[in-house]
Design a protein around this ligand. Structure first.
Ligand SMILES: Cc1ncc(COP(=O)(O)O)c(C=O)c1O
Length: 395
């Protein structure tokens, strides 16, 4: 039995990717008794009551609630999504041709990378950018191409560098604004310029937009590139219920995409999961039929946490130097304290101070020497983490 060679069971594209450092740190911190974790962007909020109750009621009264749905999702939810998209962007989309219900943005993105990537194709991601995009592209045998952001200018887009990164193998550019991990909101002008370059080079833009409603005093700065109708053929817009509806465990999101791409995405969707869980789709319908005023409450709480974490960071300038996050709920400070690399620094902090952050290197080469802190956890948790940091790094 032990003589059987199993070394070639795992394919190269799976062997070549790693479990994300976000989840690695979350798992390690779960094993560390009493750890204060700011490693995972998992909001502390409970799914709002109107969604819980409304869904439970539908479970009782809807005889089909436990059944498969058609692969692109329930018509009632696709209609509501199209209405929301119109309110948000002014752009009218066809629920049948352009809306696909996903099991969250991770699943939506994974579907799109399968649709667009041949082995060796390139996808441009911001550096730093969301760690899972990098691995998803690799999983599809594509090559992530890192587009370095300007840390000196608060992590904005370096538009002068974009054209030079585009090759005949480039398929798409992925954008997240407000950004995970930097909290940056890219300006309208920057985004329109990316749109112009994408159109000129016949590229797709994947707009991964989980943090759209967390923009604090920077509401006017947020610009949804999907509102630019002239770019409609070049944009896949992905929204998730995970963050602003506190529904991360329901696994629910949607994509707005050109009709011909929806047809291709449906094939992947069908062959990998048949449909997004119907009960979650029902919950999404309940969510979008409500007033959605919990979002303002969530944002107010996050605004206090953002203020708190900045106050606490200001007290440890010998340990961290940071750029103020404009949106989302992450801050991405540079490590000033002595360290070997960001991963080693995070492991040491967890072991010796019982504080968990995510190493910046997980978010691309420019993330090295940084850590990502998620301030969506309770104020007590933030305070506990920083009390420990202050104790551990005495000036
Ligand atoms: C940029 C980005 N994309 C996607 C996701 C995952 O979203 P979902 O829960 O919808 O899969 C996250 C979660 O942290 C994220 O920050």
């Amino acid at each position: 039995m032990n003589n059987i060679d199993q070394s070639n069971w795992v394919s190269g594209n799976v062997a070549d990717i790693t479990l994300s450092a976000i989840k690695k740190m979350a798992m390690l911190s779960a094993k560390t008794e009493g750890a204060a974790s700011l490693a995972w962007g998992l909001p502390s909020f409970r799914t709002p009551e109107y969604i819980r109750k409304g869904t439970a009621e539908r479970m009782e009264t809807d005889p089909e609630a436990g059944m498969y749905a058609l692969p692109d999702g329930l018509k009632e939810l696709r209609d509501l999504v199209a209405q929301l998209h119109l309110r948000e962007t002014g752009v009218s989309v066809d629920p049948d041709k352009n809306v696909l219900i996903t099991a969250g943005n991770m699943q939506g993105l994974n579907t799109m990378f399968h649709v667009i990537t041949n082995p060796g194709d390139e996808v441009i991601v911001t550096d730093p950018g969301f760690a899972s995009h990098i691995n998803q592209i690799k999983l599809c045998r594509g090559n992530p191409v890192f587009w370095r952001l300007n840390e000196d200018k608060g992590w904005n887009l370096d538009l002068n560098r974009l054209q030079a990164l585009i090759t005949p193998r480039t398929k798409a550019i992925v954008l997240v604004s407000p950004s995970n991990p930097t909290g940056k909101i890219f300006s309208r002008e920057e985004l329109l310029e990316v749109g112009r370059i994408a159109k000129k080079n016949n590229l797709l833009i994947l707009l991964d937009d989980p943090y759209r409603y967390f923009t604090y005093e920077n509401k006017d700065k947020y610009f949804n590139l999907a509102s630019e109708e002239a770019l409609a053929d070049h944009i896949v817009y992905l929204f998730t219920f995970s963050k602003s509806f506190a529904m991360s465990g329901w696994r629910l999101g949607y994509m707005i995409l050109p009709g011909h791409l929806k047809k291709e995405a449906l094939k992947v969707h069908d062959v990998t999961m048949i449909c997004t869980p119907r009960i979650s789709q029902i919950a999404g319908s309940v969510a979008l039929q409500g007033k959605m005023d919990h979002i303002v409450e969530f944002e107010d709480i996050l605004a206090s946490r953002r203020e708190l974490i900045q106050q606490r960071l200001d007290r440890v300038p010998h340990v961290f130097e940071y750029v103020e996050p404009e949106g989302a709920y992450y801050v991405f400070p540079r490590i000033k304290a002595e360290h070997k690399d960001s991963f080693d620094f995070c492991l040491r902090l967890l072991r010796e101070a019982k504080v968990a952050f995510t190493p910046g290197s997980a978010f691309g080469p420019s993330g090295e020497n940084h850590v990502r802190m998620a301030f969506c956890v309770s104020e007590d948790n933030i305070n506990l983490a920083f009390d420990r940091i202050e104790g551990y790094f005495k000036p």
